[in-house]
Design a protein around this ligand. Structure first.
Ligand SMILES: Cc1ncc(COP(=O)(O)O)c(C=O)c1O
Length: 422
């Protein structure tokens, strides 16, 4: 192990969060700067990397040192590369020309045009709900929805692997927060069973597809428990929308519980290829959110060009013409190769493949070598997951051809053997 790598293990993200004794508020930023300048690997190696062309199966990157090279892209959440679909581009350009770059106001003032409302109606139709609200940020969607609906007299029960924005929303709400181990329904029931009768505002929140594991929440069981214990359910299906379920309607379709989810939250930034998020729900809930979700009320509306493009995305989703089946065939192909080689790839049921490494030093090295040899994947460690569960995270993209999938798989397998992971 090199000195730099030994140092890297001792550098912990959490050591730079607090102001130390006799430090001023900004001294911690200088400490981080020193670490980054020293070249020590910290898990933030991606800082300084720039994409030089639009998303496709091969992307040209410019590294921090100026070096330019092509990589096979296994690190994008735009699984369908739908933002470059001709129909989507055409609609987005048309809206851009008509409305200009930005909206100039929050949605409740003069910030929305007909395209925003059309998009909301499309999303509601997609979920079979009465209405939907679109937020300009995905992260802000969870913050806004949760903190609008929950307060200090309420209780929120979370899967431990829920996205950070969900936990941040819970904290901001002031509600009592409970957490059950990932997908552990026995533990969830234990928590529900202990909620005092006088706490009647109860919300279970779960990711649909979990962003770091690619598996799906057991929504059928969650629905049963919610009914038994009088809870409402919120599902953040950021990585399920357009991808999983018989017709791509997401995790609730996968479990056939589409009408049983109270708050259908999702992000427009992953498979939909745009930006923002939404909550599809009953009319009066959506109306309430328009008034009480502060990340909606106090934040400028999404650009019309994004809203216009997204309307076409939902048209393609509805007709099942976004390439979901092709994506899933390619995902299964890659998963089988990695499984056969002996990797632990968890229980992914989506286009996200976790490749468990369990050792941060090996993870950083592997990641760097894969990247410099032409395969771009994401690395995941603390604070996204526990360090001992660190992993490579592969996101399959529909546009990857079988030759590219083979090249990527062969390189990952070669490195896996070299590092004693398989
Ligand atoms: C499950 C989940 N929820 C919310 C978000 C936030 O979405 P956005 O990146 O669009 O802000 C993400 C993306 O990182 C996510 O994976």
């Amino acid at each position: 192990m090199s000195t730099l790598e030994t140092q890297a293990i001792n550098i912990k993200f959490e050591n730079f969060v607090h102001t130390l004794e006799n430090e001023d508020l900004f001294d911690k930023t200088k400490r981080v700067d020193e670490v980054l300048k020293s070249g020590v690997l910290t898990g933030n190696e991606a800082l300084g990397m720039i994409s030089l062309n639009k998303l496709s199966s091969i992307v040209k990157l410019r590294e921090k040192n100026g070096y330019k090279h092509d990589v096979i892209m296994l690190g994008s959440n735009s699984y369908l590369n739908i933002q470059n679909h001709p129909k989507v581009l055409k609609a987005s350009k048309k809206a851009l020309e008509k409305f200009g770059m930005g909206m100039g106001a929050v949605s409740n003032y003069a910030g929305i045009c007909d395209l925003h409302r059309t998009l909301e109606k499309k999303i509601a139709q997609f979920y079979g709900t009465e209405d939907a609200i679109v937020f300009p940020s995905g992260y802000g969607t969870n913050i806004g929805v949760i903190s609008a609906l929950c307060n200090s007299e309420d209780i929120i029960i979370n899967d431990s692997a829920n996205h950070a924005s969900i936990f941040d929303g819970c904290q901001l709400s002031g509600a009592q927060i409970k957490i059950y181990p990932h997908r552990n329904m026995k533990y969830l029931e234990k928590i529900l069973n202990r909620i005092p009768d006088n706490i009647t505002g109860r919300l279970i929140i779960t990711d649909g597809v979990f962003s770091m594991d690619g598996d799906i929440a057991p929504l059928n069981e969650i629905v049963e428990l919610a009914q038994k214990y009088n809870c409402k359910i919120m599902v953040d299906d950021a990585h399920g929308i357009g991808i999983v379920g018989k017709t791509g309607k997401g995790s609730s379709e996968f479990y056939n519980v589409q009408n049983k989810i109270d708050l259908n939250v999702g992000m427009l930034s992953k498979a939909p290829g745009g930006l923002g998020g939404y909550c599809a729900a009953k009319r009066e809930i959506v109306q309430y959110l328009r008034l009480y979700a502060r990340t909606y009320f106090f934040s400028t509306a999404m650009s019309a060009s994004v809203a216009g493009g997204l309307i076409e995305v939902f048209n393609l989703f509805e007709k099942d013409k976004a390439g979901r089946k092709e994506l899933m065939e390619k995902t299964i192909y890659l998963k089988e190769k990695l499984l056969k080689a002996g990797f632990n790839i968890g229980n992914s049921q989506s286009a996200i493949i976790p490749v468990m490494i369990y050792d941060e030093t090996k993870l950083f090295r592997l990641y760097q070598e894969l990247r410099s040899e032409g395969v771009y994947v994401n690395i995941v460690t603390y604070p996204a997951v526990r360090r001992k569960e660190c992993r490579l995270r592969l996101c399959v993209m529909k546009d990857l051809n079988y030759n590219e999938l083979n090249r990527a798989a062969n390189l990952i397998i070669k490195k896996g053997i070299q590092y004693g992971i398989i």
